[in-house]
Ligand binder design. Structure first.
Ligand code: HGY
Ligand code: MN
Ligand code: MN
Length: 408
């Protein structure tokens, strides 16, 4: 049994038109009008495929295909939201390949013992509202719904998750997590170079690295760039530069096992001839080693405090995300590996560098992921691309693994 590749590729392209950015990019920020349009299209397609559609209070979409028995569904899915200037595969591949699996089962009139669930999680990317993996985080019971509904947009404190869910009509009734899952599979692009460089068809994901997101604001004093001697300055910009150099140096040490990224920085008043009064920046810190992640966070915070004190500045710190590394259950990992091997595909066991909904779902039920190669390892970029053959391979592995677990 194989998926209908043409139908899947056409559907990926159809969704890529929603929030299209330039030649092949996609920008569908969580809970935006574009996200609403994609959700509406998915809901129509779920209903056309005969699924019973549930929308929960956080806007997670769960479509259920009946099984022979009233058992917890075997679930698969990912997210339809993207980063700014993102690509057409990150998230959408997992949701649309899941839909294709269901359409294939319908075509072949196959009934599985377990029901099968298709899931679109809210706000996986976290680029406008923290935390990322938000929908799966709450679904797995790892955060309080009310707290998350009150989360404010970074760029507009007037907008909250709750207000945006209402605005796009996805403030559903179901309680997040009220539908139990037998297990959860997520098909995703690797978003890195390993599979392509090594010529491997399928990544068998064993674990996901831990993620810390923190926002820091260093506060100094605006002053004249021409008349203020260096010794009299409280230069928030210079302190931020020293901090960036320090954290960047940590991940560039030989054999470093941590990744540091200062992805955003804003100066105030951000003017050519004024010593910056304030520098606000985010730090994304990751490692496969949970202990090292905590230790490195401590070292960085100590260094930031000493830089700030030395220059007579002050500091504001906002902890946005603290996700531990997650190991996937061996039986699930083996199911992916054997499914790929039965299809004659080459495999490689590997960690995931990116955070994913499956990372959260592992706290709720046995979970794992299937990776396909990313061309040039590029993602979170309009040039994100995966070859048709790899999309087909990934979807066929997902089909086989899901049917195996659902006892089709
Ligand atoms: O940040 C991540 O790793 C994911 O893309 N949200
Ligand atoms: Mn993703
Ligand atoms: Mn992403």
């Amino acid at each position: 049994m194989k998926i209908n590749t043409q139908r899947l590729l056409e559907n990926i392209d159809r969704f890529a038109q929603i929030g299209k950015k330039g030649r092949i990019g996609v920008e569908r920020i969580a809970l935006s009008e574009e996200d609403m349009e994609a959700r509406d299209l998915l809901k129509r397609q779920m209903l056309e495929a005969g699924l019973v559609v549930h929308i929960d209070q956080l806007g997670n979409m769960i479509g259920i295909r009946k099984g022979k028995k009233d058992l917890p569904p075997v679930a698969m899915g990912s997210h339809l939201d993207t980063v700014y200037a993102g690509g057409p595969f990150d998230g959408a591949l997992g949701v649309l390949a899941g839909l294709e699996v269901i359409q294939t089962l319908n075509d072949q009139n196959i009934q599985t013992e377990h029901p099968i669930a298709l899931v679109n999680f809210t706000n996986e990317e976290g680029v406008r509202f923290a935390p990322d993996m938000m929908g799966s985080h709450v679904y797995a019971g790892l955060a309080e719904l009310d707290e998350i509904l009150a989360a404010k947009a970074y760029d507009n404190p007037e907008e909250t998750i709750g207000s945006r869910l209402k605005a796009i009509g996805y403030d559903g009734d179901a309680k997040p997590g009220s539908i139990p899952f037998h297990c959860f599979f997520e098909l995703h692009i690797e978003q890195g170079p390993v599979l392509e460089v090594e010529g491997i068809d399928i990544g068998v994901v064993e674990m996901v690295q831990g993620i810390h997101w923190t926002k820091y604001s260093v506060i100094g004093e605006a002053n004249h760039a021409g008349t203020t001697p260096i010794a009299y300055r409280k230069d928030a910009g210079y302190a931020a530069a020293q901090i960036q150099a320090f954290v960047g140096g940590l991940s560039r040490e030989a054999n470093s096992r941590i990744l540091t990224t200062v992805g955003s920085i804003q100066f105030e008043p951000n003017t050519i001839n004024i010593v910056p009064a304030k520098a606000s920046f985010t730090l994304d810190l990751r490692s496969v080693d949970g202990e090292l992640l905590l230790k490195t966070q401590e070292i960085i915070d100590q260094k930031i405090n000493s830089i700030v004190q030395q220059q007579g500045l002050t500091l504001e710190k906002e902890v946005m995300v603290r996700f531990k590394p997650v190991q996937f259950e061996a039986a699930m990992v083996n199911a992916v590996e054997s499914s790929a091997e039965q299809l004659g595909l080459s495999t490689k066991r590997m960690p995931s560098g990116a955070g994913h909904d499956a990372q959260m779902m592992a706290a709720f039920c046995p979970a794992t992921m299937v990776f396909i190669p990313s061309v040039k390892g590029i993602s979170h970029n309009v040039e994100e691309y995966s070859h048709d053959q790899d999309v087909e391979n990934g979807a066929n592995v997902l089909l086989r693994a899901v049917v195996k677990r659902a006892k089709g």
